[in-house]
Ligand binder design. Structure first.
Ligand SMILES: [Zn+2]
Length: 172
């Protein structure tokens, strides 16, 4: 198998699983060397042809597979020959981690810049302005809204942000 080392990485397994889902995982986890048709894959993996096609299409959309079409000269039927392009995976993963880091940064700033109030009965959180509009009473159940600390959450986020930044070699 061409990408054996890559596929032993649990991060990559999780990434593929998130892309194609449990039904598509047999396709994504067993990329053959060279070209293969969807029918061959379905037969080999004992899967529905539609499930194989769906997984291949998702891989294609994420630049992890490519295909070329062949027309059978006698029947006129088109055959799709698929090639798995898993060399892209590390790069895709890194891009995804950069996006995650940005999202975490934004979220951390939002948490830091706002005050929150909580209805402990409904577990609904309100920003200060909203809580004030509701007269510090839960609009759902009428309970008083209590000021809510989010320092622990912010700390946890900062831990994740630091770890990600370090892994991505991003200067903070
Ligand atoms: Zn409530």
């Amino acid at each position: 198998m061409a990408f054996e080392g890559l596929l032993e990485d649990p991060v990559i397994q999780k990434y593929l699983h998130e892309l194609v889902g449990p039904t598509g995982m047999p396709v994504a986890a067993a990329p053959p060397d060279g070209e293969v048709t969807d029918e061959e894959l379905a037969q080999e993996l004992n899967l529905e042809l539609n499930d194989v096609r769906r997984a291949l299409f998702i891989l294609y959309e994420n630049d992890l597979a490519s295909y070329r079409r062949l027309r059978d000269e006698d029947s006129g039927w088109l055959t799709y020959l698929w090639t798995f392009e898993y060399d892209q995976i590390p790069e895709n993963l890194e891009e995804e981690m950069h996006r995650l880091l940005e999202a975490l940064d934004e979220r951390e700033e939002y948490e830091r810049m706002h005050e929150f109030y909580l209805c402990e009965i409904c577990s609904i959180r309100f920003e200060f302005g909203e809580a004030m509009d509701f007269g510090f009473e839960c609009p759902e159940c009428g309970s008083p809204l209590e000021a809510m600390e989010n320092e622990q959450l912010i700390e946890a986020m900062n831990g994740r942000i630091e770890a990600l930044a370090e892994e991505l070699h991003v200067e903070r």
